[in-house]
Ligand binder design. Structure first.
Ligand SMILES: [Zn+2]
Length: 458
């Protein structure tokens, strides 16, 4: 198969290579934020469907006037002129008349406003980057992220999309604290989780064949992050069948969330609870620093991004052939400007010096991308061999936090599927065409889409 793949890479059209990678059995996506993974039209579809979204009605900001009383959200003050900030009916009702006049019900948006709403939560302009993503996308989503029915829908759509990409395991970051009922009262976390569990038990979900586990995400720079972490530990400990780990998120250039801040509280919590696996964002910054080393000291088994490990030789040596995996997100790093282009990306250096790595999608809804896009970029930019491709897939299951024996079953299933896939290629030379492509790849490598005219795209 190694020789077959080398020859195939050399002569396949972009669309054939993409189709092949799409149909390849893949393993898991280990770095996936549920609320960052919804394509704009998924958000739209569920937000405007009161019959399926739990009976919530939404309004979005279409005008910026000089009203008093701008609010705050979990990320800080609301940007004063931010359009397409979305609120539910109960929040809208509590606004002043002046503020109310800035908002329009989603169902009343004009076609132009609707398409601007859709664009407002994806990075689709050349001038949009890190600040647009960190400082406007999440803020805009507003109350939409506080509806468990919306979360359940986004998860189901992801599972269905991953079935088409031959992904069998999804470890996604799902927070359930602070959800709202339609009347604006706070829903208990247990209740919110139950709403999502009901979806996961449905026929539509089990039909996808995708196994799902959750991580709970701590927004690391909050003033009360230690207290939040205590709550998260208790919650994860009480739901170990679904929650298999904890993550720390939030932009790392906000120093208030620096890794060693959490060493005392983690040591306190480790006295009280059996081990909980940690996968923590670290090294997703421009400057060289010791955040990855410090994050390993926190007890992390996996590092999200790990971009600047490349500039920390001692940590790099520590990670070679080690027990720690770096979750690589090529598209995220490019769009958020942590690399100018892929020649600056340390992925190949990590992979080829024995640091365990896997490819993942991060906030794919906001990049309009798929896991296949990540693999296509890896193969075309770094000339991956067949064995390297297999190692990436294997790692994405081997380093998953899902407990045994379910993990063993996933790996065995992937091995069987891979053996069948290889045999089919060698004996039949099957030609695959892309059945679903992200808009990212159509913009970034247009030949993938233009050469496949006649194929159906999403
Ligand atoms: Zn992330």
């Amino acid at each position: 198969m190694d020789e077959w793949f080398s020859a195939f890479k050399a002569q396949a059209t972009p669309a054939q290579l993409y189709g092949f990678l799409q149909h390849m059995p893949k393993g898991g996506d280990l770095h996936h934020h549920l609320t960052g993974s919804g394509f704009s039209h998924w958000w739209w579809d569920i937000a405007t469907d009161e019959a399926h979204n739990g009976g919530y009605r939404y309004y979005t900001r279409t005008l910026a006037k000089l009203c008093n009383g701008y609010g705050t959200n979990a990320y800080g003050p609301m940007p004063e002129h931010l359009l397409f900030h979305t609120v539910q009916q109960s929040t809208y009702n509590a606004l002043s008349d002046c503020k109310k006049s800035e908002y329009t019900a989603l169902s009343d948006l004009t076609a132009d406003q609707q398409s601007a709403f859709l664009d407002s939560i994806r990075l689709d302009k050349p001038y949009e980057g890190r600040n647009e993503f960190f400082e406007t996308h999440w803020q805009r989503l507003g109350d939409l992220t506080r509806n468990p029915h919306v979360q359940a829908y986004l998860l189901l759509k992801n599972m269905q999309a991953y079935q088409l990409e031959q992904v069998t395991y999804l470890e996604t970051q799902v927070n359930v604290k602070g959800m709202l009922y339609p009347d604006g009262s706070i829903m208990q976390a247990e209740q919110a989780l139950q709403t999502i569990e009901t979806m996961l038990a449905s026929q539509a979900a089990t039909d996808t064949g995708v196994t799902v586990r959750f991580q709970y995400a701590l927004l690391r720079f909050l003033p009360d992050a230690e207290q939040q972490l205590r709550w998260i530990y208790a919650f994860v400990d009480a739901h170990r069948d679904r929650y298999v780990g904890i993550n720390f998120v939030g932009r790392e250039d906000n120093d208030k969330g620096y890794p060693l801040r959490f060493l005392p509280v983690l040591r306190e919590l480790r006295q009280a609870y059996p081990a909980i696996a940690l996968s923590i964002h670290a090294g997703e910054v421009d400057e060289p620093n010791h955040h990855v080393r410090d994050t390993l000291l926190l007890g992390a088994k996996r590092i999200g991004h790990g971009l600047n490990t490349i500039s920390d030789p001692q940590t790099l040596l520590l990670m070679r052939h080690g027990p720690y995996l770096i979750e690589i997100n090529l598209i995220s790093n490019l769009l958020l400007e942590y690399v100018k282009d892929f020649t600056e990306h340390p992925f190949a250096e990590y992979l080829r010096t024995g640091i365990p790595v896997a490819l993942s999608t991060d906030d794919r809804g906001m990049w309009d991308s798929t896991l296949t896009d990540e693999f296509y970029l890896a193969v075309t930019r770094f000339n991956l061999s067949w064995q390297e491709l297999l190692a990436l897939h294997r790692n994405s299951l081997q380093y998953a936090f899902i407990a045994e024996p379910a993990k063993r079953a996933l790996i065995e299933h992937w091995q069987q599927q891979t053996a069948v896939f290889e045999q089919k290629q060698i004996t039949h030379n099957t030609v695959y065409h892309p059945s679903q492509t992200g808009q990212f790849i159509c913009r970034y490598a247009p030949k993938v889409c233009s050469l496949a005219t006649g194929d159906k795209y999403e």
